[in-house]
Design a protein around this ligand. Structure first.
Ligand code: THU
Ligand code: ZN
Length: 311
């Protein structure tokens, strides 16, 4: 009886998207014979691994996490040919960015195909209660168990070293003050003919919403990036800073997460960046480098906001 349960709950299950609603998660757990949704997570990892975009390493990493809401979020690694390796997105970062975009409030536990690297252990510190989030590594085999992040990173450097207690962390509500946002530099946004004007406006709106939701407590330079494809679909991502700076996820990477999570396959034709005027941390050059390699024909509009408390 017990043995049968183990066999069922470790069987592979297919995925239909990058977010699973709580009712579906419960149903999948029941159908697979897993005792809880948490126990279902490891059996979703192989399906997540099939969704990666890793043309450089060909090393697939799949991660699935259970949020406070009961939703399950999927994360995969992304690599970009023609760009330095630091543009890559780790599966764990994808998962958190995906959860943040869905308005998730916190993470209970994560199952991941291989052991999280130091960069991910550090990035995860941006989530409140990170030391208590539990992680299971499926590569550990049938006896793999959930262990706390604090067992993987026992003496962390993190948000408490730099921030006051009340500052919202990643997966908490952010509503950054963007003040006034003038038209894009050079006025390009209004100079495109026909349908392009429509997409430019939608890109700006999406990038603005992403900038409002960004986690940028260390630089106070909230930013959002949006890309649009040839079919007029728009995908936006929020900048997510790390206390250790380098593991930060750029708004450009976050927009790629949103595009992959939404199943976007089309070529990017236009993009918009919303960032602070005279930002001490700017993403414009990164965005241009990224677009030149990944979508050379894409047009970029940059909108620079002035927070209302800056005169
Ligand atoms: N990778 C992850 O996605 N997570 C980790 O923590 C380990 C490494 C990815 C990054 C890169 O795409 C590939 O695995 C090889 O490092
Ligand atoms: Zn990593």
């Amino acid at each position: 009886m017990g043995e049968e349960k183990v066999t069922k709950s470790t069987a592979e299950i297919s995925l239909s998207g990058f977010v699973i609603e709580p009712e579906d998660a419960e149903r999948m757990a029941r159908e697979s014979g897993a005792a809880t949704v948490e126990d279902l997570l490891p059996s979703l990892v192989p399906a997540a691994m099939r969704l990666v975009r890793a043309p450089i390493s060909r090393f697939p990493v799949g991660a699935v996490g259970l949020g406070f809401s009961g939703r399950i979020y999927v994360g995969v690694n992304l690599e970009f040919e023609g760009l330095p390796l630091n543009h890559s997105v780790h599966a764990e970062q994808f998962l958190i960015s995906n959860a943040a975009a869905a308005g998730e409030a916190g993470m209970r536990c994560i199952a991941v195909s291989s052991v999280p690297c130091g960069h991910c252990r550090q990035f995860l510190q941006e989530v409140r209660g990170a030391p208590e989030i539990r992680i299971l590594v499926t590569a550990d085999g049938p006896n793999a168990a959930f262990r706390t992040i604090s067992s993987l990173l026992p003496r962390p450097f993190g948000p408490p070293d730099l921030l006051h207690k009340g500052v919202p962390l990643l997966l908490e509500i952010h509503d950054n003050d963007l003040g006034a946002i003038p038209e894009a530099n050079g006025g390009d946004a209004t100079c495109n003919g026909g349908g392009a004007v429509g997409i430019d406006r939608r890109l700006r709106t999406a990038a603005e919403a992403a900038a409002r939701a960004a986690h940028a407590p260390y630089s106070a330079c909230a930013a959002g990036f949006a890309v649009g494809d040839g079919k007029g679909r728009v995908y936006a991502g929020s900048y997510a800073e790390s206390a250790a700076y380098n593991p930060s996820l750029s708004p450009v990477q976050a927009a790629m997460v949103a595009m992959v999570a939404a199943g976007g396959e089309e070529e990017v034709v236009a993009a918009a960046l919303v960032e602070k005027d005279k930002a001490v941390v700017s993403h414009e050059s990164t965005a241009r480098i990224f677009l030149a390699a990944v979508a050379p024909g894409a047009h970029l509009s940059v909108y620079r906001y002035r927070p209302s408390d800056v005169v």
